[in-house]
Design a binder for this molecule. Structure first.
Ligand SMILES: Cc1cc2nc3c(=O)[nH]c(=O)nc-3n(C[C@H](O)[C@H](O)[C@H](O)COP(=O)(O)OP(=O)(O)OC[C@H]3O[C@@H](n4cnc5c(N)ncnc54)[C@H](O)[C@@H]3O)c2cc1C
Length: 495
């Protein structure tokens, strides 16, 4: 099925333990800091029912059959891979690339588990079936998931089992006939308070000997007794309007730590446990990273398009773009955007076809985007700040342009070519939401870390990247040197 936004919001009324600012939130749907983001997520659900988008965002298993979000599809042709890409692009446009974790993100991710069900069978009989059943359950009910992969930072110099409190990192406490009792915490779960389910699996950090009890993968409903969601301080605690805050008024995604206080996870929801090998390899050996990464490349490209266009418009509004130094900065931003677009193109145009006939996005292009985009994006924001200068600070509210000093404000905040103040300031406000406001800082931080620990991702890429041409050239040049050496040895007197 595909849910409507209203059905999604109804589901959120089920009691859950969510804490913000030291208080328990009674109803997440009416809590001010969650209200607008929930509406933004609900709009993504509604788009699936809109005839303009339905055929892009959904698929059926047979003609006229039940519709499902296309993010769940395991693509078996290049056309299906590209159809998923079109959906990701459409979703990303709806939030200007500012919702990293709409429902479609985890739908895409668990499609990657579905692709790799056989991999789960290795860690316990029936593992493949459990994963397949779970993914089908989530898809058939069009649920919104969060995932919590990392351990609390506590003491990073020590493995999980050597932390001062052995239950600070989430672990198995007990096995029972009904399932596992788990205790401890996981971070950082974006959107957790407003989701239906929590999926926990290890993030590729290498667990070592002694950490077996911490090496587990499971899913539970967000409303499960004992699940406590502790949110960070809201960045946008009050309601804002789309003139003054075009992005932060709608797209703040909450981040949370999740405490599992002796939670029972039924056996059919335990996908593996007590397995260091499974824990250390799931991220790299299943489709979770590649399938969700496909969506993220689209989302990043859409936001890059907006960010670079905003930088250009900001400069043009006061004609600083006529100066060659500013023009160069903007040209370099355009180049970064085009490089990102090219990586996305290669992701879909040169897919890898696995033995099971699944079409995977091009792994090299995906990893290159994941590793490079945080720096591309930091540069984009830096150029906005350097070129926007005082204009980014001097941004009165809409009230100034509709109240007593409206004429003065329009005159003295004016831009080049008689652009009224209300129009120039609007551009500066968007630029500030992107580059300066707390939501902009969070989005930039998100780009740096959402793919997981960059150190592990990069070192894995050092081993997996296709370096065929480089290796061939290297061998050639070394062979040339060796030939010279051999000739020199042979020509030595007495050889
Ligand atoms: C905005 C945002 C949203 C996020 N959303 C989610 C989400 O929805 N779900 C989710 O599961 N995660 C999410 N994350 C978490 C993200 O996956 C992690 O931030 C990332 O994996 C890095 O882990 P960490 O933050 O624990 O950093 P740490 O591991 O604490 O690293 C901190 C620093 O110490 C260094 N370091 C740490 N350990 C070692 C070591 N052993 N050897 C050498 N150097 C080390 C690192 O290189 C880094 O520089 C999100 C993060 C952010 C910022």
């Amino acid at each position: 099925m595909i849910r409507t936004g209203k059905q999604y919001i109804e589901g959120l009324r089920a009691p859950r333990e969510v804490y913000v600012g030291g208080e328990r939130v009674v109803d997440v749907t009416t809590y001010p800091a969650f209200h607008e983001p929930i509406q933004s997520y609900a709009r993504l659900y509604d788009m699936k029912h809109d005839s303009q988008y339905q055929d892009i965002l959904t698929y059926t298993e047979e003609p006229g059959g039940e519709r499902y979000d296309i993010s769940y599809l395991v693509p078996k042709s290049k056309e299906e891979l590209k159809a998923k890409g079109r959906a990701y692009h459409t979703y990303a446009r709806a939030s200007y690339g500012c919702l990293g974790r709409g429902p479609e993100f985890m739908a895409a991710l668990i499609a990657g588990m579905w692709e790799s069900t056989d991999w789960f069978e290795q860690w316990g009989e029936g593992g493949a079936q459990k994963v397949a059943d779970y993914v089908r359950y989530v898809r058939d009910n069009d649920l919104f998931l969060t995932h919590a992969l990392g351990n609390p930072q506590s003491d990073r110099s020590k493995p999980s089992h050597q932390q001062a409190n052995p239950y600070i990192h989430l672990r198995v406490k007990e096995e029972t006939p009904e399932g596992l009792i788990i205790r401890g915490a996981k971070q950082l779960a974006t959107a957790a308070p407003v989701t239906d389910e929590i999926l926990v699996f290890p993030n590729g950090r290498q667990f070592g000997p002694g950490d077996d009890a911490y090496a587990l993968c499971f899913a539970v409903p967000t409303t499960t007794p004992g699940v406590k969601i502790i949110c960070r301080e809201p960045l946008v605690p009050e309601s804002r309007n789309v003139y003054d805050h075009p992005l932060s008024s709608r797209f703040e995604e909450m981040d949370a730590l999740i405490v599992f206080d002796d939670v029972l996870v039924p056996w059919d929801r335990v996908f593996f446990y007590n397995s260091l090998t499974a824990a250390n390899n799931m991220r790299f050996m299943t489709g979770v990273a590649a399938f969700s990464g496909h969506l993220s490349v689209h989302r990043a490209t859409v936001r890059a398009a907006l960010t670079v266009a905003t930088a250009m418009k900001l400069c043009n509004s006061v004609k600083t773009d006529v100066f060659p130094n500013v023009g160069e900065l903007l040209g370099r931003l355009a180049a970064l955007y085009k490089a990102q677009e090219a990586l996305l193109f290669r992701c879909e145009e040169e897919p890898r076809v696995s033995e099971t006939g699944t079409y995977w996005v091009n792994g090299d292009a995906l990893s290159a985007s994941g590793l490079l985009f945080p720096d591309f994006y930091t540069t984009m924001l830096d150029v906005i700040k350097r070129t926007g200068a005082a204009g980014l600070m001097l941004t009165p509210t809409l009230g100034e342009f509709t109240g007593e000093v409206a004429d003065l404000a329009n005159t003295y905040f004016a831009g080049a070519d008689d652009m009224p103040g209300v129009d120039r300031v609007q551009i500066a406000k968007l630029a500030w939401d992107l580059a300066g406001d707390s939501i902009g800082q969070r989005l930039s931080h998100y780009e740096r870390f959402y793919i997981g620990e960059p150190m592990f991702v990069a070192s894995f890429f050092a081993r997996s990247a296709d370096m065929g041409l480089g290796r061939e050239l290297l061998e050639n040049i070394l062979a040339e040197g060796r030939a010279l050496r051999d000739a020199a040895l042979e020509s030595r007197p007495g050889s």
